[in-house]
Design a protein around this ligand. Structure first.
Ligand code: MN
Length: 310
């Protein structure tokens, strides 16, 4: 369910506007095709390429999985990023070049660290039929780890917090003193919010920039209506944020210390230079050992050259 980034999402090397103070900027996402599935991509977008180190957010479904509509994504490489996979409904199986084979179900977290290079496939589990909904996010790795070894973690249970009007599951980072066990190479936060009327006040860190991606329902933030398919960028400098709902709603809240360096994103790679991307792309197409085999029946996904080579 991880989608490649294209120039329809954002120019590979454009910089963010610097975060202002607290603000609410509604940024429309776009529909993108990931295998047979249509997803709502809300990050990266041209006006907002990163939120902290978060650099990608696809919202998949809800869709009915059947034999004809199966969310199979064949083996493809990553580098320089972590994939964070989170389901609201359904199940998937993750297979990677480290030898991992891991089913994931709602409430569980798959976290793959690509580092210098990894390959994974994301597949429907054999018999699963029914609704599927989830999100996949990417976190840009910092210089200290982005060329390091790949790794994979599965967390079957994650810490939860109860606020008035919200059940919070902490995917990555810490909120109000409760921390996720998931690996974190930069100072960032990702939480799932199950909201009920009339809404909740969530404590935030002033040094973080934050954004909200609504997955179900409608959430009013700063007087603006945030719905699925858009990113509500919240800026920085907030000690808390009031999220209002008139009915049940579900959202992901992401945040982090603004990324201090410019990244280059193309296809399934996060890098710093065009040469890094060109080299990785060629190695993938050549079957170089940098991107090892995955035990999957699906075909490897090829890719043509990046725009600066054509
Ligand atoms: Mn992927």
């Amino acid at each position: 369910m991880s989608g490649p980034v294209s120039t329809d999402d954002a120019a590979p090397e454009a910089a963010n506007d610097p975060p202002a103070g607290p603000e609410v900027e509604l940024i429309p996402g776009r529909e993108a095709q990931v295998g047979s599935l249509t997803v709502r991509r809300v990050l990266p977008r041209r006006p907002r390429r990163t939120v902290g180190a978060w650099c990608f957010l696809d919202h998949m479904g809800p869709v009915e999985v059947s034999g004809a509509n199966s969310p199979d994504i064949g083996p493809h490489p990553h580098m320089g990023l972590q994939t964070v996979t989170w389901l609201l409904a359904g199940e998937l199986v993750h297979r990677d070049s480290l030898g991992s084979e891991q089913p994931i179900r709602p409430g569980q977290l798959n976290l793959m660290t690509a580092g210098h290079g990894v390959v994974h496939a994301e597949e429907n589990t054999g018999g699963y039929r029914g609704p599927l909904q989830g999100a996949q996010l990417w976190v840009a790795q910092p210089g200290a780890t982005r060329d390091g070894p790949p790794a994979f973690e599965h967390h079957g249970e994650l810490p939860r917090l109860e606020f008035s009007g919200a059940e919070v599951t902490i995917l990555v980072g810490d909120l109000a003193g409760t921390a996720s066990p998931a690996r974190r190479d930069t100072d960032h936060l990702g939480v799932d919010l199950v909201l009920r009327s009339p809404g909740a006040t969530i404590p935030l860190r002033a040094e973080y920039e934050h954004a909200l991606a609504v997955l179900e329902g409608v959430v009013t933030v700063g007087g603006q209506l945030a719905r699925p398919g858009m990113l509500a960028y919240l800026g920085s400098g907030r000690e808390e944020c009031r999220l209002e709902t008139t009915g049940p709603a579900r959202a992901l809240l992401i945040g982090g210390v603004p990324l201090g360096e410019q990244i280059l994103m193309w296809w399934n790679f996060v890098a710093r230079t065009r040469e890094e991307v060109s080299t990785a792309r060629q190695q993938w197409m050549d079957g170089d050992e940098r991107f090892g085999p995955v035990d999957s029946d699906l075909a490897r996904i090829p890719v043509g050259p990046p725009p600066w080579e054509v």
